[in-house]
Design a protein around this ligand. Structure first.
Ligand code: ATP
Length: 265
């Protein structure tokens, strides 16, 4: 059996009296699109935070490509090739689209901003590489002509794509997307879905997605993991999960399911 790209084993996360994750285990394959769904408060964001090093789990294990990364700090986790986007836009409004991409790149670079100010040879080389990489990413997104625009001048869907672009800049192997479709129009959701699929094809990236839009999730996912009150209640293909009684009772077919029909969504 081939090794999973991400393997979460018996993850437990307690906050004082609250058990946000109750011994949750799941795996995701390299090159896959896996989704994490569940009602509000089910533990989805907590799972993202435990994987990306923002929280140190109470117990359990997170392994990435065979390496134990449990409890590593966020900057170390990102060096393994794991990137994430956030539920709310985290763009710099005063910076152009290009500069928004470069900010992330400088954080990655080894020479740092201070040295960059003195423009050492190493810093200049890093700067050139970062600009080349940002140009490539903007080209991939069909946004090269928007490089000098401020994000606020663009439609919301485009702004979310810039966030996505920052994850692409990191050349991550696994990208965690926190509600990538939130607030989007149907057309924007279709564009974002296509973008995720294209990034997987072209760069071999894998995606772990938290999203409330059930039809989109059913359409895009290879595998779906369902959480409820911190517990995993199902894991399987969209078809398997749709037919799962516990999932229907807890989530699909209720108002939490964004109006999705569990049979036809
Ligand atoms: P939503 O869909 O609303 O974003 P979620 O599935 O992402 O919900 P979490 O945000 O992971 O759910 O929350 C799971 C539980 O853990 C909730 O009861 C929440 O209040 C609790 N929780 C999360 N983070 C903390 C924290 N830092 N301190 C205390 N409790 C927390």
């Amino acid at each position: 059996m081939s090794q999973a790209l991400l393997e979460v084993t018996s993850l437990l996360m307690r906050f004082q009296g609250i058990t946000a994750l109750d011994t949750v285990s799941f795996t995701m394959d390299a090159g896959s699109i896996t989704s994490l769904i569940g009602p509000n408060g089910a533990g989805k964001t907590t799972m993202f935070n435990c994987i990306t090093g923002m929280y140190r789990p109470t117990s359990g294990k997170v392994a990435f490509d065979g390496a134990d990364i449990t409890g590593e700090a966020a900057h170390r986790v990102s060096r393994h090739g794991i990137a994430r986007t956030f539920q709310n836009l985290a763009l710099f409004g005063g910076l152009t689209v290009m500069d928004n991409l470069l900010v992330g790149a400088y954080r990655q670079g080894s020479s740092g901003l201070l040295q960059g100010a003195f423009l050492s040879r190493r810093a200049r080389a890093e700067q050139r590489a970062a600009v080349a990489s940002a140009t490539e990413v903007l080209e991939f997104l069909g946004m090269l002509d928007l490089a000098d625009v401020l994000p606020g001048e663009l439609p919301y869907g485009r702004q979310k794509e810039i966030e996505f672009a920052r994850a692409l800049m990191q050349k991550a192997r696994l990208v965690l997307l926190d509600e990538p479709m939130a607030g989007m129009s149907t057309a924007e959701k279709t564009a974002m879905t296509a973008l995720i699929q294209r990034a997987r094809r072209q760069f071999g990236m894998s995606f772990l997605i938290v999203e409330h839009d059930i039809p989109v999730i059913m359409d895009i996912s290879d595998k779906i993991v369902v959480l409820d009150f911190g517990r995993k209640i199902a894991e399987g293909t969209p078809r398997e999960v749709q037919a799962n009684e516990a999932v229907i009772a807890a989530y699909l077919g209720t108002e939490h399911g964004a109006g999705a029909d569990p049979v036809t969504a």
